[in-house]
Design a binder for this molecule. Structure first.
Ligand SMILES: [Zn+2]
Length: 132
């Protein structure tokens, strides 16, 4: 945990599932927040790296992906509720749409998201897989 705290500011949050936790009310936030909306000035925020476990709240099959994602269409996009509480939108990979159900357990994986241009910019980030 300490090692992550030393380095995480250099890494965009999409590279890791890093958010914050309000120490005062113990609420988790993703993406990270600077101020806890519940506690305001009484709140004290700490970095938190999420374990990556969660469940599917809702999902959809995307047929018209944004620029840069054309080669992977169609793909499954889901709203995932992390075990710690906050939810986020992410792609579910390595499965068929029929395999995904509301309430399916998922686990985050670190994957290539987009590759672009002459400079060969490659972005990595979190995606999710069905948990066995
Ligand atoms: Zn709070």
């Amino acid at each position: 945990m300490t090692r992550i705290a030393l380095n995480w500011r250099k890494i965009p949050q999409r590279y890791n599932l890093i958010g914050t936790q309000c120490v005062t009310c113990e609420t988790y936030y993703f993406p990270p927040r600077i101020i806890c909306p519940k506690c305001r000035r009484k709140g004290k925020m700490d970095e938190h790296k999420f374990c990556g476990e969660g469940e599917v709240l809702t999902y959809t099959l995307i047929y018209s992906p944004p620029q840069g994602f054309e080669n992977i269409k169609p793909y499954i996009l889901a709203i995932i509720k992390l075990k710690e509480g906050p939810s986020l939108t992410a792609q579910i990979i390595d499965c068929k749409i029929d395999d995904v159900k509301i309430g399916s357990k998922v686990k985050s994986v670190f994957r290539k998201i987009v590759e672009e241009g002459d400079e060969g910019v490659i972005l990595y980030g979190y995606k999710f897989k069905l948990a066995e």
